[in-house]
Design a protein around this ligand. Structure first.
Ligand code: SAM
Length: 253
C-alpha cells in the first residue's frame, strides 16, 4: 500500500516514520510511505504557503495553489490515488471501520493543514474526503496523518507479524482487548493473575475473554451493540450482564 503525506514539516513526519513497524514494513516492500514538502510546490522565492484570510480575522490560511500543484505532481509521479484525504477536525471521525476501509485501498494521499486551516477550495477540489482524529484541535495535520498511517497500516496483511494480535486488538470486533502482563510474576507483591501462570490454556483463553467482555461493559458499553461475539463470549456477557442486555450485543462469529 502506498501513502503520500504532504506537509510543511517533512522532517517531523519523516522522523516518526523512520522507526518501528512502518519502517520495517517499508523495508520489506509491504508499505511505500513518501513525505513531500509543500513548500517545494510554492512558486515564489520565499516559498510562501500561507496568506491572510479574506474578510479579515486572526491567523493565516494555507494557500490553495501549492496543494493543487502537489496533487498534480503526485498524480504524475506516484500514480492516481484512490483517496486524497484532507486532515481536518471537521472531517469524518477516524474509526476502526474507516481504517478498515482505507486499508482496502492501494494509494492514499494525506494533506496536512496548519495555521487557521486550509483554503476551502482545497477541500472542494483537491481532497476527496476529510478525516478527523477526534473532537479536539491540534496545531497541524502531521500527527493526525501519522495516526491514519499507523491505524491503517496495522490492518494491511504482513505489516503486523502476528495477524492474531490485530484480531484481538480493541475495536476490531468492537470489544476491548484483555489486560496484558509480562514478567516478573510478582512486582513488589503485585501478582500476575494466577490463571496466567497456570499453563492451563483453556482456562487462560476463558479468563481473557471474560476480562475483555467485563472491560467493555465497564468502559465502553456503547460498543457492545455492535460487538461480534462468539458463543463463549455471549455466555460470558449474559453471565455478567443478565440475559436481556446480552441479547442486544452483536451476532456470534
Ligand atoms: N481552525 C480550524 C478549525 O477549527 O476547524 C483548525 C485548524 S488547526 C489549528 C490546523 C490544522 O491541523 C488543520 O488544518 C488540520 O490539518 C489539523 N488538525 C487539527 N486538529 C485536527 C483533528 N482533530 N483531526 C485532523 N486534523 C486536525
Amino acid at each position: 500500500m502506498k501513502f503520500d503525506i504532504v506537509t510543511i514539516f517533512p522532517r517531523m513526519v519523516g522522523a516518526l516514520l523512520s522507526e518501528g513497524l512502518i519502517a520495517r514494513a517499508a523495508e520489506r516492500g509491504i508499505l511505500d510511505v513518501a513525505v513531500h514538502d509543500l513548500r517545494s510546490f510554492a512558486r515564489d522565492r520565499r516559498r510562501t504557503v500561507d496568506d491572510v484570510p479574506y474578510g479579515g480575522g486572526p491567523g493565516m490560511v494555507m494557500k490553495p495553489e501549492p496543494f493543487v500543484r502537489a496533487a498534480r505532481h503526485l498524480r504524475r509521479h506516484r500514480g492516481a490515488p484512490d483517496a486524497v484525504v484532507l486532515m481536518s477536525p471537521q472531517g469524518a471521525p477516524l474509526t476502526h471501520a474507516e481504517a478498515v476501509r482505507l486499508s482496502g485501498l492501494n494509494h492514499v494521499v494525506l494533506l496536512c493543514g496548519r495555521y487557521e486551516g486550509v483554503d476551502e477550495r482545497v477541500r472542494e477540489h483537491v481532497a476527496t474526503e476529510e478525516l478527523s482524529i477526534g473532537d479536539y484541535v491540534v496545531s497541524g495535520g502531521e500527527l493526525p496523518a501519522l495516526v491514519v498511517v499507523e491505524a491503517v497500516a496495522r490492518l494491511v496483511p504482513g505489516v503486523v507479524g502476528d495477524a492474531e494480535s490485530v484480531r484481538a486488538d480493541s475495536f476490531t470486533r468492537n470489544l476491548l482487548d484483555w489486560p496484558h502482563y509480562t514478567r516478573p510474576a510478582d512486582l513488589d507483591g503485585c501478582r500476575v493473575p494466577e490463571v496466567l501462570v497456570s499453563g492451563n490454556h483453556a482456562e487462560i483463553r476463558r479468563w481473557r475473554k471474560r476480562a475483555a467482555v467485563r472491560r467493555t461493559i465497564e468502559r465502553r458499553p456503547d460498543l457492545l451493540r455492535h460487538s461480534v461475539l462468539d458463543e463463549e463470549e455471549r455466555e460470558i456477557l449474559q453471565d455478567l450482564q443478565g440475559p436481556g442486555q446480552a441479547r442486544k450485543a452483536g451476532a456470534g462469529i
